[in-house]
Ligand binder design. Structure first.
Ligand code: SAM
Length: 248
């Protein structure tokens, strides 16, 4: 009886594969956030097998491709203003092509415009499979390095530059959960000033900088300590940052 069930299940999977042969597949493929070794075997295989890779900056993606002998065609999908070539991607998927979406670093769609493509595919091409691969993300790497509980956390993406910025810092100060956000080198010092102004000294702030890269560092302490650390180590105000704040 068990054999019959197993055999029928295999037939079912095989028939799905055959049926899907002319249906497009969109793979969401995470790439390293610094260290080129941080990519899965499956991600490399998918990048080799798909018809086209949608990327952000061709030169960044080509560096990865060179390291892993990937020769698949690429097409730029992200622009300064957001996503471009979305119609082209949708047409290719509707024709049954397999595409992989990558970004310059980490998991596409997490705080990057790739989410717009996934949304449109799911709405407009329900037969197209969307397969997300697990892999590197600055968010999860920072949280796991921070030593701050992640059993409940709120991820804010990038803090707004102006409107709503101060309100968000107040929200973080009021939160009983861990807060995480991305910050750029241009605003990290301003952000540390806002954290000093809004958080009491019992709150742990963790700055995860240049994760997986040569100058990786994780600095922990209260907001005042962290602000002073970066104002006395100006040469560390460089690279990419994730900020983690413990809950109230
Ligand atoms: N989707 C990506 C991910 O899952 O990691 C994040 C993309 S977001 C456009 C880029 C931001 O991620 C950077 O500004 C920085 O805040 C953070 N980031 C990316 N790589 C990082 C690294 N190696 N170390 C620290 N932060 C990093």
């Amino acid at each position: 009886m068990g054999h019959i069930v197993a055999f029928s299940f295999c037939l079912y999977i095989a028939s799905i594969r055959i049926m899907n042969e002319s249906i497009g597949i969109l793979y969401i493929v995470p790439t390293p956030i610094g260290n080129l070794e941080d990519i899965t075997l499956r991600a490399i295989r998918i990048l080799k097998e798909v018809d086209l890779v949608l990327c952000e900056d061709t030169s960044v993606t080509q560096r990865l491709f060179k390291a892993y002998d990937i020769t698949t065609k690429t097409s730029v999908f992200y622009a300064q203003t957001g996503i471009k070539n979305i119609e082209k991607a949708l047409n290719l998927l509707a024709e049954g092509k397999s595409l992989a979406l990558v970004s310059d670093a980490g998991t596409p769609t997490i705080s990057d415009p790739g989410v717009l493509l996934v949304d449109r595919v799911r709405k407009e091409l329900p037969d197209v499979q969307v397969i997300a691969l697990p892999g590197a993300s600055a968010l999860i790497t920072a949280l796991s390095a921070s030593g701050v509980t992640s059993s409940t956390f709120m991820f804010y993406g990038f803090m707004p530059h102006k409107k709503g910025r101060e309100t968000l810092f107040k929200t973080i100060a009021e939160g009983s959960h861990t807060s995480v956000f991305y910050e750029s080198v241009h605003r990290i010092e301003k952000t540390l000033e806002s954290l000093v102004a809004t958080l009491d000294t019992s709150r742990m702030v963790v700055i995860a900088r240049e994760l997986t890269k040569l100058h990786e560092e994780v600095v922990r302490g209260n907001a005042l300590y962290i602000k002073e650390y970066f104002s006395t180590h100006k040469d560390h105000v460089r690279g990419e940052f994730v900020v983690v704040v413990s809950g109230k």
